[in-house]
Write a protein that binds this ligand. Structure first.
Ligand code: FES
Ligand SMILES: [Fe+2]
Length: 357
């Protein structure tokens, strides 16, 4: 159980909040490359900030605050040009660094534009994703995780826009026990309701364990009947890359679940999946970018798939889970460890130090 104050400290991500300051020390994916190929200017919300992502005519990426400083129209509907983005309303033009370059309706000798600048952030492309960094300088290197760069992989990047805070999604990744219940027992119940055979045999978690390492936390599980000397889930486990990525799968089919906090009550969830290309097979020519729905047309949540079951458990906790009324048990030790790690890293940033990773 947390105090309301602590719950807010852990869940609020906007500018000026302690968690916002910690999260601003990491790069986040904000769009998939094929989306920007289809539409060169996109409205983005990241860490409570409304931004316009664009690819200029010359091919360079830019990310600026959405609101035009003239009279507030959205630059997310702007016109990309060679050297920047032009506001659709009265044509003010902004460079990739945010500087106002042109104000077509002002006198030619006016210096007004020199005093106008919008917030602008570094942006890079990697692994089919466009990444943004909203934090202070020096800008860290964008991590080249193997799954993002391995040449022999074909990729697909699904997306779900979830109406809930990012933390309850991440907490699920520190909670191995739910697999036995949500996916096996409940999943079998859902199948039975549909007249389908059970998909899984529920197996008791004999042990769960967590190890903090340089880039995050390894979570490990040992199921009933498994040999601790050979079980991959026990020996290696699944790494949570601090603070917002879960890595699962193996070398031939690695996947990332990437949780991007848009604001306090919305999370952009990427299902980043890669498959080892068969020998001699042609490489993919484009990356599929499916929408992964969390809700059916009739309003009922999707519970017929493992991912759907997870999303149901995240979303039904509410927009921001009320942790003042939760009752944690010993099986929640991973959740507690992760929260404490977040608090530790927030305190580091407050002291002017670099957080982990
Ligand atoms: S509101 Fe953008 S140029 Fe006027
Ligand atoms: Fe799950």
């Amino acid at each position: 159980m947390l105090s309301n104050e602590l719950n807010e400290r852990l869940t609020q991500v906007g500018p000026g909040t302690p968690m916002g300051a910690l999260l601003r020390r990491y790069w986040f994916p904000i769009a998939r490359t094929p989306e920007l190929d289809a539409e060169p200017v996109l409205a983005i919300t990241l860490l409570g900030e409304n931004l316009a992502l664009f690819r200029s005519e010359s091919g360079a990426l830019g990310l600026v605050a959405q609101r035009c400083p003239h009279r507030g129209a959205s630059l997310a509907y702007g016109i990309p040009e060679d050297d920047g983005l032009r506001c659709p309303y009265h044509g003010w033009k902004f460079g990739r660094g945010g500087q106002c370059l042109e104000q077509p309706a002002e006198p030619a000798d006016s210096s007004f534009k020199d005093r106008i600048k919008v917030p602008a952030y570094p942006v890079q492309e990697l692994g089919g994703l466009i990444w943004a960094y909203l934090g202070p300088e020096p800008v860290p290197l964008l991590p080249r995780w193997d799954i993002l760069v391995r040449d022999e992989l074909d990729r697909s990047i699904g997306v779900t826009h979830l109406p809930c805070n990012w933390l309850q999604i991440m907490e699920n990744s520190m909670d191995p026990i739910h697999f036995e219940w949500l996916h096996a027992v409940y999943g079998n119940y859902v199948n039975k309701r549909q007249g389908k055979p059970a998909a899984m045999t529920p197996r008791k978690h004999e042990e769960i364990a967590f190890d903090v390492f340089e880039y995050g936390i390894y979570k490990r599980r040992l199921l009933e009947g498994e040999d601790p000397a050979t079980s991959e889930d026990w020996l290696t486990g699944h790494p949570v890359i601090f603070p917002y990525i879960l890595a699962v799968g193996d070398h031939t089919r690695p996947t990332l679940q990437i949780r991007v906090p848009m604001d306090d009550t919305h999370t952009l969830h990427y299902w980043y999946r890669a498959d080892l290309r068969a020998p001699g097979a042609p490489r993919q020519t484009s990356i599929p970018i499916p929408e992964v729905p969390y809700v059916h047309r009739n309003g009922r949540l999707v519970v017929e798939t493992i991912n759907g079951q997870d999303m149901m458990a995240w979303v039904t906790q509410g927009a921001v889970s009320d942790r003042t009324t939760e009752r944690l048990g010993t099986s929640d030790k991973g959740v507690i460890l992760y929260r404490n790690l977040l608090l530790e890293q927030m305190a580091k940033v407050e002291r002017g130090e670099d957080p982990m990773g």
